[in-house]
Design a protein around this ligand. Structure first.
Ligand code: VG1
Ligand code: CO
Length: 544
């Protein structure tokens, strides 16, 4: 099988965003587009000759074909062993688990996460490093630099590998091993959680509904919940991964997981509802007629961690992305543990997790995880909630959250997304905000005094690396916040995200509908950024 060196020319715009390179499928289908990016990753790495690489994805359109290309390129570039999930499937947390477990050099995760899939929808590719986590910016920027200079790539001229048969095949000088995509991950979950206790909960008649949204988590959830924990068949819905996710957005939130939300509002609804996204790293938690915000979920998990065997001795610290509410901070303070605030994107948690500074991490965007892998993990979060419900038998999801608010106070929180706005309008809006930051401190907005206004910058406490311009923050004296940032995962125009938060210590005021509780901050956020004038949008497209 000859290795061939193919001449190529650079493509514009191969800079990885918040989570890898995401583009429309036809962009990836251009000759050499994928190859250029993959070779740029290899060119940016050092010392991988003879080591192992992990490859897998969320099963979306183009997943299999892209995996075949990567296998042949990895072999041609000198990897010794390539582990690939059967059917080229690996959820993002499972890929992280496999990289760590087998000591691989790194891995490729093929996914555009919660973005729709199909011939005209989105595809994506992300490189994860030796710790199993998304490559830090040092690497992604080096990849981008390589992508602008690339002149050739290396690939093996070989037949496609049979991705549906477990076992080893030679590919040039490398060995490809097709592995069960679920087994290693399921075994890890079995070590973290008390499966006997969880099975007992189901035996007692507890009912769960897990919506895999036709995406990658179906086989994982079916194996763990239905087969290992004995939950009744039908607990997992939309459990067969489809290339186009059944035509929907595999995004577990109140808008896109509306069927689950509607089921949970019924008097005969399940006791716990959960959903995950395209690649299985996000989660939504719902109780009977009760939605748990991801920020609250992180705080509740931190406060109840000791109910789970893996965290029985306590957690060392928590980290949350800057726009995520401060609910977890209050728990950290009460527990006397560290709390870190990082830029958006899981790659910023890696160093803190590796150094043992934090055990749990979370983002407002339906992401929660722990040091068991280096990615957020949707099914893990659902198992955490199951464990809390098993440990506090008789309490409902709603009661657990309300108890939490009584103890720690409630952080009213919402995110307003303005999607598909013209890129220059979005840039202009952010530039205008930045230009006015200096004059905001001391001003009064929504009847509140602005304490500080800045553009969030982060210095990693472990390696000193820095990240600037991570979101405009307007911080009020009473602890309320308005945050603005542009999405780094979209593939069409720009998306403005506005994050709104207000703290309410008084339990007598914990029953206000969220949008009402935040109404004055919401209208101030629109005026201050001149959202309607600059984008033509009077209201957001998605509210979570
Ligand atoms: C979004 C979320 C961010 C998350 C990222 C990847 O990024 O806001 O919190 O880490 O998606 O999640 P952005 O730049 O669009 O705001 V996943 O599950 O899409 O890989
Ligand atoms: Co995802």
């Amino acid at each position: 099988m000859p290795v061939v060196t193919v001449a190529t020319t650079p493509f514009e715009g191969q800079r990885p965003g918040t989570s890898g390179l995401r583009k429309k499928v036809p962009v990836f289908q251009q000759a050499h587009y994928l190859e250029n990016f993959v070779q740029s990753v290899f060119n940016a790495l050092d010392g991988y000759r003879g080591t192992a690489l992990v490859v897998g994805g969320d099963g979306r359109y183009l997943n299999r074909q892209a995996a075949q290309v990567i296998l042949k390129m990895a072999a041609a570039n000198g990897f010794g062993r390539i582990l690939v999930g059967r059917g080229a499937i690996l959820s993002t947390p499972a890929a992280s688990c496999v990289i760590r477990k087998y000591g691989a050099f790194g891995g490729f995760v093929l996914s555009a996460s919660h973005n729709p899939g199909g011939p005209h929808e989105d595809f994506g590719i992300k490189y994860n490093a030796t710790n199993g986590g998304p490559a830090p910016e040092k690497i992604t920027e080096a990849v981008f630099a390589q992508s602008r200079e690339i002149r050739e790539f290396r690939i093996l001229e070989a037949e496609d590998i049979d991705l549906d048969r477990l076992g080893e095949t030679r590919l040039g000088d490398a060995v490809v091993e097709v592995i069960d995509p679920v087994a290693d991950y399921a075994e890890l979950m079995e070590r973290l959680f008390d499966f006997d206790a969880l099975a007992g909960l189901f035996r007692s008649g507890f009912r769960m509904r897990y919506d895999a949204m036709h995406a990658v988590t179906g086989p994982y959830a079916a194996e763990i919940l239905e087969r290992r924990l004995g939950a009744p068949a039908g607990t997992v819905i939309n459990g067969v991964p489809k290339e186009d996710f059944g035509g929907g957005h595999p995004d577990p939130n109140l808008v896109h997981a509306h069927d689950l939300v509607a089921h949970m509002a019924r008097p005969d609804g399940a006791d716990l509802g959960a959903a995950s996204d395209g690649d299985g790293d996000r989660n939504m938690i719902v109780g009977r007629n009760f939605f748990v915000t991801p920020s609250d979920s992180l705080a509740v998990l931190a406060a109840n961690a000791r109910l789970v065997p893996a965290y029985r001795d306590g957690i060392t610290g928590v980290a949350r992305s800057m726009p995520t509410s401060g609910a977890a901070d209050r728990v950290a303070e009460a527990l006397g543990i560290a709390c870190y605030e990082t830029p958006t994107g899981w790659k910023f948690f890696g160093n803190l997790l590796d150094a043992g500074r934090v055990t749990f991490c979370g983002e407002e965007s339906f992401g929660t995880g722990s040091d068991h892998v280096r990615e957020k993990d949707g099914l893990w979060a659902a198992l955490m909630w199951l464990s809390i419900l098993a440990g506090r038998r008789g309490s409902s999801v709603e009661e657990i959250v309300r108890d939490h608010w009584r103890r720690f106070g409630r952080n009213y929180y919402s995110r307003h997304d303005y999607e598909a706005i013209a890129a220059d309008a979005a840039e202009g809006l952010m530039a205008n905000l930045r230009a006015h930051l200096g004059s905001l401190a001391g001003a009064t907005l929504a009847g509140r005094k602005v304490k500080t206004a800045d553009d969030f910058a982060y210095t990693d406490p472990i390696d000193g690396s820095t990240a600037a311009k991570q979101g405009v923050r307007v911080l009020f004296e009473d602890g309320s916040r308005i945050i603005y940032r542009l999405s780094g995962t979209g593939t069409e125009g720009a998306t403005l995200r506005v994050y709104l938060e207000r703290f309410e210590p008084n339990p007598a005021r914990h029953d206000i509908p969220t949008q009402e509780a935040l109404a004055d901050l919401i209208s101030a956020s629109r005026d201050l950024a001149e959202i309607e004038k600059r984008t033509g949008m009077a209201a957001p497209t998605v509210i979570t």
